[in-house]
Write a protein that binds this ligand. Sequence first.
Ligand code: NAD
Ligand code: WQD
Length: 402
Amino acid sequence: MTPSKQAILVTGGCGYIGSHTVLRLLESGYKVIVVDNLSNSSYESLRRVHKLYAITASASPSAQFEDAALPIETLIPFYQVDILDRPGLSKVFEDHPEISSVIHFAGRKAVGESGRIPLDYYNVNISGTVNLLQVMEDFHVRKIVFSSSATVYGNPPKFPIPEDSPIDVVMSPYGRTKVFLEHIIKDLCVASVIKQQEYLQDRAKNANNNDGAEIERNYEWSAMLLRYFNPAGAHPSGIMGEDCKGTPNNLMPFLSQVAVGKLERLAVFGNDYPTQDGTCIRDYLHVVDLAQGHVAALAKLDQEQAAGNHGCKAYNLGTGTGYSVFDMIKAFNKAVGTELPYKVTDRRAGDVPNLTSDPRLANRELNWKAEKTLDEMCADLWRWQRHNPDGYSVSASIPHPI
Ligand code: NAD
Ligand code: WQD
């Protein structure tokens, strides 16, 4: 099926990675439906997507972009629904029988918080996802791209980290939700192969008794588990980016709030790690490259399905290059044009010295590669932050509440 005929349900589509992905999907010719309970985002992110898509369309005479003239409610149908709400989710699938796949971002993501309120994390991330999978099964939508995380690797034994590195030694409840969910989705894929075999056997047995009018069924699930490394940056327009509620937990949003004067200085969590400069190394990935990774994953799922291949596969989405905390401060200082204040403090519990991906499987099989440089990532983040020091602070009214 061509992208223009496909509709993708994006859960968590108002969030940081979700909103950038919604834009890339539209630009790639997909129809998009968004579900989000707005617990960590606002509807304003979709207004920005709508605006940016119109800009893309105006720069291209292609008929593909004619839909950019549609009002936002039509271009991006939005449902303020919690993934724990089964009837609410079912209504979305009833309203949109054209949905062929789901990209599932919705969930809670703060590592530290997950240690304090683990049940909330297990409830939203695990029960919410199981709920979503059940509704998908009810509506025969069996293709999913799932947001996993490099955190599943814990403190890995080998660098760069390949996908077959162990994933069962994770330190936080948040990380464990990702590990459990990877297992749950894999189990579902395996079970669906068995169900399909049983169906085909029954069908062959009853071949003489039916009149050939039976619709051919396919129960098989296809899933991609995308293990993101450290997403950072913002859309190059400066219109869209990460809208942190409260004090940011992550390095780059924290640093950018120091740059606009909202925070006094960065605390560098430890400089006694076994790395070149003593600070931790991470694989920072531009959010626009990450968004494109989802488009590539969907294309691959379709290609495999057309070839009769189903099942579940994990891919690292990273650049393959690691940078230390000091490297990141230096790169961001360059973008801002000033030396931002920092102080070295104690280590943060749970941090590991190095998480650098081996992205070659995704490069090869998804035909995807992170393209943007560290300087672009910092410049884009700074553009977003300085133009939107308070994020999407405009009123987040919902145009058509469900
Ligand atoms: P985000 O918080 O910006 O986006 C998540 C979205 O899900 C938000 O819009 C939030 O309102 C929504 N949501 C939360 N709970 C919900 C619920 N119960 N029902 C419906 N919607 C709900 O986070 P993000 O950074 O865009 O992350 C997206 C996904 O990627 C998450 O699953 C996260 O765990 C995963 N991930 C993020 C990172 C990262 O560093 N940002 C790294 C690896 C993996
Ligand atoms: C990066 C480096 C910190 C903040 C987290 C999650 C992971 C994934 C991505 C969701 C580390 C240091 C940070 C600060 C600092 N998210 N740092 N001062 O911890 O690699 O990954 O986000 O799946 O699961 O764990 O990212 O940005 O928090 O930290 O010195 O104020 O910056 O110690 O070395 P992390 P991060």
